[in-house]
Design a binder for this molecule. Structure first.
Ligand code: NAP
Length: 292
């Protein structure tokens, strides 16, 4: 079994981005600037946004963190988005999801200028993705493609099962892997909570991707021998051995599945760092597209 080390692959990308920033500075060009809006104080969201701002600092991108408490009105948030759309110093921005229940996430996503939508959640970018036109790919699916590519995993003609059909991971990933591109050209099955004979379907997968948020759901009897297994799940589970009292657990029972598969991503250190790397790639791309 070979570990698909997202931390190491993201580090490769980080070095390339540091070099891109160095060259831009040398030519007197603008440095990419990512802004992030965080609403409330959910522990997970704060960690994710913190990691994104940190990544900007390490690469040399500019970053701005805009924080609101959980009672902020939808109108205030939408007005901030409007001003970020117009702000020429900001190349791309994200609104960390989930948002409090009184704010309509779709309205918020639709308010973001697609040219600054570096999370790739706007319907314009999702439409471009389907048509294989240049735009922003959602960060987690793009990160998984990059991980497969840089680790030379052949996807052509393979049976791929994607478990989970969210708008941000499973659905876009299933489309990207089925496209006539590399990585791509897979025969994809998109499975979800209503799928019948899930175990039988999973055991047919040359590439099995789990994105459901159910710790240890994928056991070795659901995995084809020598399959490539990508674990997107990140659920906080109680862990008394850690000072903070929890650790992150994936959707795949790593200990037993790792003995059966050819490649597997760890949690943490697999898909997570690649998601952040993709966001950085998208931010640089947003600036470059604006300059064209
Ligand atoms: P989500 O919105 O939480 O939806 C879960 C999906 O899993 C749904 O499509 C659901 O089916 C399906 N599902 C749930 N239970 C199932 C079961 N027993 N059998 C088959 N399918 C089942 O999905 P998400 O936002 O993509 O998140 C999934 C996981 O990935 C979470 O742990 C999240 O934290 C993690 N994540 C990680 C990253 C990263 O960078 N590492 C990024 C994003 C998300 P239905 O549609 O039928 O309800």
């Amino acid at each position: 079994m070979k570990l698909l080390n997202g931390t190491a692959t993201a580090e490769e990308i980080r070095k390339e981005l540091i070099e891109a920033v160095r060259l831009r500075k040398k030519k007197g060009q603008k440095i990419p600037h990512l802004a992030a809006i965080l609403v409330g104080n959910d522990g997970g969201s704060m960690t994710y946004v913190g990691a994104k701002v940190n990544a900007c600092n390490q690469i040399g991108f500019e970053s701005t963190l805009i924080q609101y408490d959980s009672h902020v009105s939808e109108a205030v948030l939408l007005s901030k988005i409007k001003s970020l759309n117009k702000d020429k110093s900001v190349d791309g921005f994200i609104v960390q999801l989930p948002l409090p229940k009184h704010i309509d996430e779709l309205k918020v996503t639709l308010a973001i200028d697609p040219a600054k939508d570096v999370d790739g959640f706007h319907p314009v970018n999702l439409g471009k993705m389907i048509l294989n036109l240049p735009g922003f790919l959602p960060a987690t699916p793009a990160g998984i493609l990059e991980l497969l590519k840089r680790n030379k995993i052949n996807t052509e003609g393979k049976n791929c099962v994607v478990l989970g059909r969210s708008n941000i991971v499973g659905t876009p990933l299933s489309i990207l892997l089925a496209r006539n591109s590399s990585p791509g050209n897979c025969t994809v099955t998109l499975a979800h909570s209503k799928t019948k004979n899930l175990k039988e379907i999973c055991t047919k997968a040359d590439i099995l991707i789990a994105a459901i948020g159910k710790p240890d759901f994928i056991t070795s009897d659901m995995v084809k021998e020598n399959a490539v297994v990508i674990d997107v799940g990140t659920t906080r589970v109680e862990d008394k051995s850690k000072e903070r009292g929890w650790s992150l657990r994936g959707d795949v029972k790593f200990d037993e599945v790792s003995k059966r598969c050819s490649h597997i991503t760890p949690v943490p250190g697999g898909v997570g760092p690649m998601t952040i790397a993709s966001l950085m790639i998208n931010t640089l791309k947003a600036l470059e597209l604006r300059e064209k």
